[in-house]
Design a protein around this ligand. Sequence first.
Ligand code: F6P
Length: 324
Amino acid sequence: VKNIGVLTSGGDAPGMNAAIRSVVRSCTYYNLQCFGIHKGYEGLIEGDIRELNARSVRNIINKGGTFLKSARSQEFRTPEGRKKAYDNLVKYGIDGLVVIGGDGSFTGALKLSEEYGFPVVGIPGTIDNDINGTDYTIGYDTALNTVVDAIDKIRDTASSHNRLFLIEVMGRDAGDIALNAGIGAGAEEILIPEEDMGVDRLIESLKRSKKSGKTSSIIVVAEGDKSGKNIFELGEYVEEHLKGYEVRVSVLGHIQRGGAPSCYDRVLASKLGVGAVEALLAGKTEVMIGVVHKNITEVPLRTALEKKKYKHDKLIKVADITSI
Ligand code: F6P
């Protein structure tokens, strides 16, 4: 491998810049040329590709978002789109690709490898922490801290008015953000997709909390929760069935994806970037570089795309006990 391309794809995540920086500087270290591909696969199709050197990535380790920009490309889902993308890789002499993103991005990378035998390595970058084969994805830790910070602020106003707040957090189909931020912010209840407690149990539990002397409550709801109601319907239902509380709903939204990456995410991104370039140099392809029990690991991209096996039961118990 002589020329490595790097792109960020799918939803941006804090720490993606630190990962790009690490890939670029690993290339310099190993005497490889690095090419930054803009707007993910969309830029690959359009040929929006520029050479990067160690100085091109100065002052970005502390920045949220991705300076390469990101996109969810529809055209890359078609064989015609992938052909254009492949032709551009050849045009620039790129012979290895690092894809920073989530499952959609990895699916695209695998297609490129399957159809053209093109060497690809993935780095998990998403706030959702929903990628199999890695304990953490880049951006997750920062998002958790952002969410906890936001809930702390909501708690101030909730307790001042004796209100019950339902707070929706991101995570797509995964409850990692909700469960961990919920525990960290001291939520009374946490609704996650992996464990549907049902609205009636929720009401019973809130009644018990009220009886025990609580005057306000925070309920964290994962956007993918399986209650069958959207958060506003859920809010109305709770207000109807739990007399004596004023209910408010707050959807945190994209604030969760922004902001300066935490130190953990910067270090993780730096390690995974080095790992990705070293994997390509060692002739590896169709792998994702992840972290398992603090060790940098390689797993097949196909494994990374399998549904993550969650073991949330212990954490759920912790949430139950500490919110008593
Ligand atoms: O995958 C990251 C994520 O922020 C999810 O948590 C959320 O469901 C989705 O992206 C939102 O996507 P968009 O930015 O396209 O609205």
